[in-house]
Ligand binder design. Structure first.
Ligand SMILES: Cc1cc2nc3c(=O)[nH]c(=O)nc-3n(C[C@H](O)[C@H](O)[C@H](O)COP(=O)(O)O)c2cc1C
Length: 168
């Protein structure tokens, strides 16, 4: 099964658990070193090759991603005992975004709950200047299933996302 189907299935089976949308995002830059933190998954693009998270502009993750767009997301689904490790390239989309990226920022903003929006101190006419959407392009997926048998697969776009089993 391709990783997108596995991830869609995991999200579906865990949909009653808000914590199933919490991902761990690891970044690196010279000033901050390696840092890891929790962010909320905010959806995929149409083809499922990119995913989104949101943040304030003035924070370490944004500063690090400006310097080093490469990051890793670790996402664990307790109910199905599955881990997805996603190697990603992150683009930072802020108030200066144009065209398609500006539309993407608007769509993600429109889908936020009122309480999530309020954390950005909005006025009611426009998206707050400090609202950032990170578009994470997925470059590789390392999937681990801790079932009765432990299974691990690697997926890379260079192989048309064909799965490659890794011994565990
Ligand atoms: C459950 C949970 C969800 C969080 N979701 C987000 C999020 O979606 N975006 C975000 O910027 N920070 C989120 N945070 C806060 C970050 O983990 C982090 O503490 C904060 O953004 C500062 O990170 P930085 O200084 O490394 O940028 C969340 C924290 C928790 C505990």
């Amino acid at each position: 099964m391709i990783w997108k189907q596995r991830l869609a299935r995991s999200l579906h089976l865990s949909r009653s658990k808000p914590e199933s949308r919490y991902m761990q995002l690891a970044t690196y830059c010279e000033v901050n070193g390696v840092q890891n933190r929790t962010v909320v998954f905010r959806g995929f693009n149409h083809s499922g090759t990119q995913l989104y998270f949101v943040s304030e502009k003035d924070c370490d993750k944004v500063r690090s991603l400006y310097c080093h767009p490469q990051a890793e997301i670790a996402w664990y689904f307790a109910k199905t005992r599955e881990q997805f490790r996603l190697a990603v390239d992150c683009s930072i989309i802020g108030e200066d975004a144009l065209a398609e990226e500006a539309n993407c920022r608007q769509r993600v903003w429109d889908r936020l709950s009122a309480s999530a929006r309020n954390s950005f101190r909005p006025n009611h006419d426009e998206i707050p200047a400090n609202f950032i959407v990170s578009i994470c392009t997925i470059k590789q997926v390392d999937y681990l299933h801790l079932g009765q048998i432990h299974e691990r697969y690697l997926y890379q776009p260079s192989t048309s996302w064909k799965e490659q089993q890794i011994p565990v």
